[in-house]
Design a protein around this ligand. Structure first.
Ligand SMILES: Cc1cc2nc3c(=O)[nH]c(=O)nc-3n(C[C@H](O)[C@H](O)[C@H](O)COP(=O)(O)OP(=O)(O)OC[C@H]3O[C@@H](n4cnc5c(N)ncnc54)[C@H](O)[C@@H]3O)c2cc1C
Length: 371
């Protein structure tokens, strides 16, 4: 695998040893995607354990699945930070290792030997839980070629994955020489789940310091959420809508307040799609609060279930100037609202003003009547 100019890894074929069997093309998910599926069940879930829930990005469902697998002497694959704070898919056989997988990391994770290791454990008869992006799950199923009873694959509704190169450059900008990172949280819930923060805890001269900004004030989060730095394939994802073949899909239950208000306390609620009967059997329901809802009800507030992100018109400009323009300046320039976004904001401001004016007139009339 070799990185391109944007910092995304792509396979390179060694022509000297390639036997031209065409297998890599046959199992390529981009060329041969799986069919779309709808879930068997759609649930809102909250982990009963408050500590786990607050450390998790959504309602803490991943931890429930991981704990069950470890208790059955199984193996769990997930994404953790490496020593350079880049993200890699690794495995663990104990609960201590699970802590490193918890929380969303908004950077594309390297697969390295993960697929080979999954196959080895499956052949040894071990229960395997593999969690990753929809494309990583689709890739795993293509690689394995056949279903395994002892594999549980879990993906999530995915906004898209940003460039590891941009992430590395961003860290170099915000963490100066001599400072050491202790922890990074993309989904800090100190000020709530809906208005989550991005935080970096680091050491300077023996002192522990923290940077915490609301997600919409952090420049990295801005270029991520505004679709400037995603992998090109994310803009026409072939693995969402159940096409990854995962048993379970996890997500944030955005819009929960309008669908199951009793499951919303702003500490994080998971949206879960049970895609197979195996997925349904795995969820330990005594560890969580559950409420069933419908697929159709959740789509409007979670459009990433079915739609790929739209490409930001500044994406090409961003990567053309990456390295030659100071990074933070470039991020600021490229995350400015587009004309369409400005128009939408103006429209919504006008609507709010009109509503407020109407309410004042209405209150005035009511006042007159009462008088
Ligand atoms: C890049 C990315 C984009 C996402 N986009 C959306 C979205 O648009 N809408 C939405 O509702 N939810 C999205 N999610 C999923 C959501 O943020 C939660 O991860 C998910 O709901 C599980 O939460 P949890 O509380 O059960 O557990 P958590 O403890 O938060 O579980 C984290 C899980 O995600 C895996 N993971 C973390 N980072 C990565 C990574 N870089 N690559 C592969 N796997 C990773 C971990 O291995 C673990 O299994 C996204 C997650 C990521 C990583």
């Amino acid at each position: 695998m070799a990185a391109d100019n944007e910092g995304f890894l792509y396979p390179q074929v060694n022509k000297n040893i390639c036997i031209d069997c065409g297998l890599c093309e046959k199992v390529c998910n981009e060329l041969h995607p799986f069919d779309k599926r709808k879930p068997l069940k759609t649930l809102a879930i909250i982990n009963n354990n408050e500590r786990i829930r607050l450390k998790s990005s959504s309602g803490g469902v991943f931890h429930i699945l991981a704990e069950k697998t470890i208790n059955e002497r199984g193996v769990v694959f997930g994404a953790r930070f490496d020593k350079n704070w880049q993200v890699v898919i690794d495995y663990t056989e104990d609960m201590e290792g699970i802590e490193a997988f918890m929380g969303s990391k908004y950077v594309q994770a390297r697969i390295e030997d993960a697929y080979k290791n999954v196959k080895r454990f499956l052949h040894e008869g071990r229960q395997v839980l593999f969690s990753g992006t929809p494309c990583q799950i689709a890739g795993l199923h293509q690689y394995l070629h056949k279903p395994y009873e002892n594999l549980l694959s879990v993906d999530f509704i995915c906004h898209g994955t940003p460039s590891p190169k941009v992430w590395g450059m961003y860290l170099d900008e915000v963490i100066k020489e001599g400072q050491r990172i202790n922890n990074i949280e993309f989904r800090n819930k100190l000020n709530g789940w809906k208005k989550f923060g991005f935080s970096i805890n680091y050491n300077r001269d023996g002192e522990s310091l923290s940077l915490l900004s609301p997600f919409d004030k952090d420049l990295y989060m801005n270029v991520f959420l505004k679709n400037v730095i995603l992998r090109p394939s994310c803009y026409s994802c072939q693995a969402r809508c159940g096409q990854s073949m995962s048993d379970i899909t996890m997500a944030d239950f955005w819009g929960i307040n309008g669908i199951v208000p009793k499951m919303d306390d702003d500490k994080g609620t998971s949206l879960i799609f049970l895609n197979t009967e195996k997925g349904e059997a795995m969820l330990k329901l005594d560890k969580c609060r559950v409420s069933e809802t419908s697929y159709e009800a959740v789509i409007p507030k979670n459009p990433a279930c079915i739609h790929s992100p739209g490409i930001n018109p500044m994406r090409t400009y961003f990567f053309q100037h990456l390295g030659s323009t100071p990074l933070l300046k470039l991020m600021k320039r490229c995350s400015k609202p587009t004309r369409e976004e400005r128009y939408r904001k103006l429209k919504s401001n006008i609507k709010t003003l009109i509503n407020k004016a109407l309410q004042t007139v209405h209150r005035g009339r009511g006042g007159e009547n009462r008088a």
